[in-house]
Design a protein around this ligand. Structure first.
Ligand code: ATP
Ligand code: MG
Length: 435
């Protein structure tokens, strides 16, 4: 009888990732998404991978699952003490169920691929379905199930193949808050009881609290390029209490670490750089955050974690706003605090027209792409230019997706500031017609 993973004393590695780098697409201008990533997952561990959107979390997980072939580096699965090879299975954010198959058929899929005989397949699928709390739903189709139940099917399908390492890519983020909480604690309970039949879990999330709730160890992935920037151990017994001061402190520390990372990257880019990707952040979000920081109780300086709570935002939603405000120099980030600059503080006090003028000066000073569009429009006799022209230019430096998002961000900002006009139907920039 093997011991449950939790009682193994000396760490025994399941997976070792060495100097893993990856860039998508062609070599020319293909900026690395992941750069020299090193990590080890041991038996009995739940490891969390935290990082901002686009930092390469899914790419890393897909590499480990064998769905992406990394450009460089090594992935090693280390056989267990008895010499058995390791295996992996993945749970996706989108559940990824086959709509035309029943719950049981969906769960059996993984076993079919392994050519497990029909009878054994049936037995194991029913056991996994039972374990994960889907008893009675064997013959239901995915569309008849709630989101939470569907993700249970996703979990059962991964568990039924008895993987050594269970990979989960934001498995709860498509669920409502209460459903996610229930599924999370069910999973932690099953894991704690040693019932899952797996050695380790590697879970990707951008939710710090989720990571602190579930994981023994948390790795923070930096962005552009993705590297392991920090590691945190969570030495709190399960079940964990979000209100425990030690829980809160750890959440704060991770927040601070993740934002500390954000500041230098934004600042390190030269301001003449046209090709800086911009997150799609609306004027309302920018203004809303400035107002929140300026008002009581913060009065110009707000701990980011409290700010996120006040605004009911998740870190992944807060970061792009903060990053844009840093770029526009309305805000600095100092040791996990958002601090308004004089220009930011002024913005908070100004009326609509003053704000537009302030924003326009800011764009001209700090957003080279906005300035560039304006210059092109000024120089053309028609004072018009197709958006395609700028999109093509951006695509020399970034992926089409990023180029599109960046251009959309700058379009909204420039329109608001009345730096230029934009016609959605014609997909064309122009200078505002004097009526
Ligand atoms: P999120 O939190 O939004 O899920 P992530 O950390 O999982 O983000 P990835 O999905 O790994 O990030 O993407 C990292 C970067 O690689 C992004 O810039 C993304 O646009 C790019 N990328 C992802 N998949 C591909 C692909 N198949 N081809 C080209 N670029 C890709
Ligand atoms: Mg992802």
């Amino acid at each position: 009888m093997s011991r449950t993973p939790h009682h193994i004393a000396a760490p025994h590695p399941v997976l070792s990732v060495e100097r893993l780098s990856h860039s998508y697409g062609n070599a020319e201008g293909g900026a690395p998404i992941l750069d020299n990533v090193e990590l080890v997952v041991n038996e009995g561990e739940v490891v969390g991978l935290l990082g901002r959107s686009g930092s390469g979390k899914s790419t890393l997980l897909r590499s480990i699952a064998g769905l992406v072939t990394p450009s460089e580096g090594e992935l090693r699965f280390i056989p267990d003490a008895a010499g058995n090879p390791r295996s992996v299975a993945m749970v996706f954010q989108s559940f990824a169920l086959m709509p035309w198959l029943t719950v049981q058929q969906n769960v059996e899929l993984g076993l079919e691929a392994q050519r497990v005989p029909v009878e054994e397949r049936r037995r194991r699928a029913l056991a996994a379905i039972d374990l994960i709390g889907l008893d009675g739903f064997e013959n239901a189709f995915p569309k008849e199930l709630s989101g939470g139940m569907r993700q249970r099917v996703g979990l059962a399908r991964a568990l039924v193949v008895e993987p050594s390492l269970l990979l989960m890519d934001e498995p709860f983020s498509a669920l409502d808050v209460l459903t996610a909480e229930t599924l999370r604690s069910d999973l932690i309970d099953l894991w704690g009881d040693g019932k899952l039949g797996i050695s380790s879990i590697l879970i990707v999330t951008h939710n710090i609290e989720e990571a602190v709730l579930m994981c023994d160890r948390i790795l923070v992935l930096s962005s552009n390029p993705g590297r392991i920037a920090a590691e945190f151990r969570v030495d709190l017994a399960q079940p964990r209490d979000r209100l425990d001061p030690r829980f809160r402190e750890l959440v704060e520390q991770i927040y601070a670490r993740m934002t500390q990372r954000a500041a230098p990257t934004a600042a390190a880019l030269p301001t003449h750089d046209l090709a800086r990707p911009l997150p799609p952040v609306s004027i309302n979000s920018l203004a809303g955050l400035i107002e929140e920081v300026e008002a009581a109780p913060f009065s110009g300086r707000a701990p980011l974690s409290e700010l996120a709570d006040t605004l009911q935002l998740e870190i992944d939603d807060l970061f792009p706003i903060v990053e844009s405000l840093q770029l526009l120099q309305f805000l600095d980030v100092d040791d996990g605090n958002a601090v308004l600059t004089p220009r930011g503080a002024a913005f908070a006090q100004e009326d609509v027209d003053q704000r537009k003028a302030n924003f326009r000066r800011t764009l001209e000073l700090h957003v080279p792409l906005a300035r560039h569009i304006r210059t092109v429009l000024d120089e053309r006799s028609t004072h018009q230019a197709p958006a395609r022209r700028f999109r093509d230019e951006l695509e020399d430096h970034m992926s089409p997706d990023f180029a599109d998002t960046t251009l959309r961000a700058v379009t909204e900002w420039g329109r608001y500031a009345e730096l230029f006009a934009f016609d959605d139907d014609e997909d064309r920039f122009s200078l505002d017609d004097p009526a």
